[in-house]
Design a binder for this molecule. Structure first.
Ligand SMILES: NC(=O)c1ccc[n+]([C@@H]2O[C@H](COP(=O)([O-])OP(=O)(O)OC[C@H]3O[C@@H](n4cnc5c(N)ncnc54)[C@H](O)[C@@H]3O)[C@@H](O)[C@H]2O)c1
Length: 370
């Protein structure tokens, strides 16, 4: 069988974390590494050479991704370039895997989703890369939601914060520009960059969509960054559940919680998972909750529902032994002419929520999403 030939576009920070997938899958061959920074393109090509006989081309010219010897274009560039590059690749008949968020603006995301839908009719597979989908834990939580382990979901919470903005801001103030500091190039600040993961996961876990958002955003500690360094958003889903997503670039901490009428899951610091439910046991991919029901529903505050605590680590993004490794799943989808694990259309819906959050923060009112 012939190899799937890849153009790897954008060989920067995140791409480094999964380049090895493209090196180690024997039925895949990267034919070109493209980056605006020639050294990065050359370095990525050199890393791939460890396992292939033919050295990938290394270039700064995006047009190389559209050549006839490329089947699939993997786009890992800054958000504002996604539209131009994804549309060009899809229109050239390539399969496309695109980093999150779909684009810097909702308008661009709509254009990409439209072109992707059109290209799908010609057999082009396109997908969005959302790193949290690599985590078996997220797939277990989704099954727990669907199986009723939580009862009815009342509230979801996500906090995704790091202090990278403080460093970035200092660098920008010292004269080192970065696309992340530009509101135009990112589409905002910490919220668009970080929250899209959980907006998507919450909707996917519950098979529900956001209908209204209220948000406050501000920039207090990162003068070198145009967008916000802190954002708090409250959203209502069409199944009645409420969710809060808090993001920051000026403070650190990560937490995920799902709270239902029967059970609770809290995942703290990407490490500690605490579970309790009156619904009984759950056996999943990595979750093995053996707790027995206290018997009565609804269980009264303080009632003895078995609480279980375990340690769960996220897999590396280049771990090919992980059955949820999205790069491999996407490449397999192309090979087998199946839909991608995460569609660009669903990522476009996330962007509707992001746009509503920014609109709410700007106008100081709740925004409905049709
Ligand atoms: N968890 C995640 O899945 C995750 C994490 C980080 C970043 N991302 C996304 O990945 C994308 C890239 O982020 P990053 O952190 O790697 O940024 P980065 O700045 O570290 O890397 C971007 C690379 O793109 C290159 N580039 C810039 N303009 C280009 C052009 N016109 N053609 C080709 N290459 C060009 C840059 O030189 C750089 O090497 C963004 O969309 C970001 O949102 C996703």
């Amino acid at each position: 069988m012939s190899k799937q030939r890849i153009a790897f576009v954008g060989c920067g920070g995140i791409a480094e974390h999964y380049l090895r997938v493209y090196r180690d899958l024997e039925w895949v061959e990267v034919v070109t590494c493209i980056d605006a920074d020639p050294d990065r393109a050359v370095n990525a090509a050199a890393r791939l050479l460890e396992s292939v006989k033919i050295k990938p081309r290394a270039t700064t010219d995006f047009a190389d991704a559209l050549k006839a010897d490329v089947d699939t274009v993997v786009i890992n560039t800054p958000n504002h370039l996604h539209r131009e590059q994804a549309v060009a690749a899809l229109e050239a008949g390539k399969h496309v895997l695109l980093q999150k968020p779909v684009a810097a603006t909702l308008a661009d995301a709509r254009v990409i989703a439209g072109v992707a839908a059109h290209a799908a009719q010609r057999g082009c597979i396109s997908g969005l890369y959302l790193s949290y989908f690599d985590q078996p834990l997220m797939h277990d939580l989704r099954d727990m939601v669907r199986s009723g382990w939580f009862g009815d979901i009342a509230h979801l919470y996500a906090r995704l914060m790091h202090r990278g903005g403080l460093i970035l801001s200092r660098q920008v103030c010292q004269g080192q520009p970065n696309w992340r500091a530009s509101a135009t190039q990112t589409g905002g600040g910490c919220f668009i960059q970080l929250a899209v993961h959980y907006i998507h996961l919450f909707a996917w876990m519950m098979d529900a969509s956001v209908v209204q958002v209220t948000a406050v955003i501000k920039n207090s500690y990162c003068p070198g960054i145009e967008g916000e360094d802190l954002a708090c958003a409250i959203m209502e889903f069409n199944n009645g559940a409420l969710a809060t997503i808090d993001t920051a670039w000026c403070a650190a901490g990560e937490q995920l919680a799902l709270q239902g009428t029967l059970g609770t899951a809290e995942y703290i610091g990407n490490q500690t998972l605490m579970l309790d439910s009156a619904a009984g046991s759950f056996n999943g991919r990595i979750i093995n909750y053996t707790g027995t029901s206290a018997g009565s529903f609804p269980n009264a505050p303080g009632a003895s529902v078995t609480q279980q605590m375990t340690t769960v680590h996220a897999p590396r993004l280049d771990d090919l032994s992980n059955p949820y490794n999205q790069h491999r799943l996407f490449l397999e989808a192309v090979r087998e002419h199946r839909p991608a694990p995460v569609s660009i259309a669903s990522g476009m819906e996330d962007m509707q929520v992001v746009a509503a959050v920014y609109e709410s923060a700007k106008t100081n009112r709740a925004i409905r999403i049709e």
